[in-house]
Design a protein around this ligand. Structure first.
Ligand SMILES: Cc1ncc(COP(=O)(O)O)c(C=O)c1O
Length: 346
């Protein structure tokens, strides 16, 4: 774990800000590598097999970012004039540059959920079951676990299974944006493969809570992964001796997966401390993301927090987001709470 020097910024903007630890850097330096476009990087191949097995899928593909992982999956599930149903706050709709339409010529239909988790009935209401020639062809449903904008919320397995069963009955594919599926797994104790069984394609990120500097994987059937490999090349995501980065991911799976529980405990500790401030309303954190509704403009608190040495994000005019991660050790959590309480008093 990296340490935070007293007096330095405590960065709670995102779990993407982690830096590779010295041991992770050594694992990267020592990794055997080859040309991954030729499929010859042994470290990448081993990681792909490992993650496919964890998710209960036939195959997986390493890609540089979570956005590419999601979009390769959607690229094999939807096409021109077709439709993917997502929850309103979904990352694939709000934070991927309009890629669903820009890359695949498909449209998204958003439905409402509670903290990003929607009821099967909400999906049922928007199903297009007719052969009406006016309608787009509905092809897929995307779910996000944990849900970023929902405050790191975890899909209850039974609800996810019910959505998956409905999709199967309606011949709709399911994509699971599992950028933080690791957090869901650690928080709930549900096996990664049980989540995986609810989806046709699954993306997972190595560069968020796990602390690798880059990399995501997307898993599915061998056939779909072969198609995604082609799309990855088309998008310029075919990289060469990328085992150096895959080694960071393998190291992270060995050493940083179980410790995500510490991040979850840290988010709860922050909620307990800051929730006691007058007018502060914390959305109870289920994993490592804490949303707080404020009695003041979020921009004012973000600025005051920065002046106290804590970085956090405004996610609405009156809501901030704090994300705990590998680079926020337990003593820094208590220090962050102290600094944020001072900032709130400004
Ligand atoms: C839920 C979710 N999906 C996908 C991504 C995209 O990951 P990347 O930033 O690696 O493209 C993010 C990034 O924060 C995310 O939170």
């Amino acid at each position: 774990m990296n340490s935070i020097e007293p007096g330095n910024f405590i960065d709670l903007r995102s779990d993407t800000v982690t830096r590779p630890t010295p041991a992770m850097r050594r694992a990267m330096a020592d990794a055997p590598v080859g040309d991954d476009v030729y499929g010859e990087d042994p470290t990448v191949n081993a990681l792909q097999e490992r993650v496919a097995a964890l998710l209960g899928k036939e195959a997986a593909l390493w890609v540089p970012t979570g956005t590419m992982a999601n979009q390769l999956a959607l690229g094999v599930l939807v096409g021109l004039g077709e439709e993917v149903v997502c929850e309103r706050g979904a990352h694939v709709v709000n934070y991927e540059g309009g890629a669903i339409s820009a890359l695949w010529g498909a449209q998204s239909l958003v439905i409402d959920g509670e903290r990003g988790i929607f009821e099967p009935a909400a999906l049922e209401r928007v199903l297009r079951r007719s052969d009406d020639i006016h309608a787009p062809l509905q092809k897929a449903v995307a779910v996000e676990n944990t849900h970023n904008r929902g405050g790191g919320s975890v899909w209850p397995l039974e609800k996810l299974r019910a959505v998956a069963a409905l999709c199967r009955a309606e011949k709709l594919a399911v994509h699971l944006d599992g950028a933080r599926l690791w957090n869901a797994h650690i928080a709930s104790g549900v096996k990664l493969s049980d989540y995986g069984a609810c989806a046709d394609t699954v993306s997972v990120a190595l560069s968020k809570g796990l602390g690798a500097p880059a990399g995501s994987l997307v898993a599915s059937t061998r056939e779909r992964v072969a198609k995604m490999r082609r799309l990855r090349k088309r998008l310029g995501g075919g990289m060469r001796q990328v085992g150096i980065l895959a080694a960071a991911g393998a190291y992270a799976l060995d050493h940083h997966l179980a410790r995500l529980a510490e991040d979850h405990a840290a988010a709860r500790a922050l909620a307990e401390s800051l929730g006691a401030l007058p007018g502060f309303r914390c959305v109870p954190p289920e994993t490592n993301i804490l949303l707080i509704d404020l009695p003041m403009p979020a921009s004012a608190l973000v600025a005051a927090a920065r002046a106290e040495g804590v970085l956090c994000s405004a996610v609405s005019p009156t809501r901030i987001r704090l994300v705990t991660h590998l680079d926020v050790p337990p003593d820094a959590v208590a220090e962050a709470a102290r600094r944020l309480r001072r900032a709130a008093a400004c």
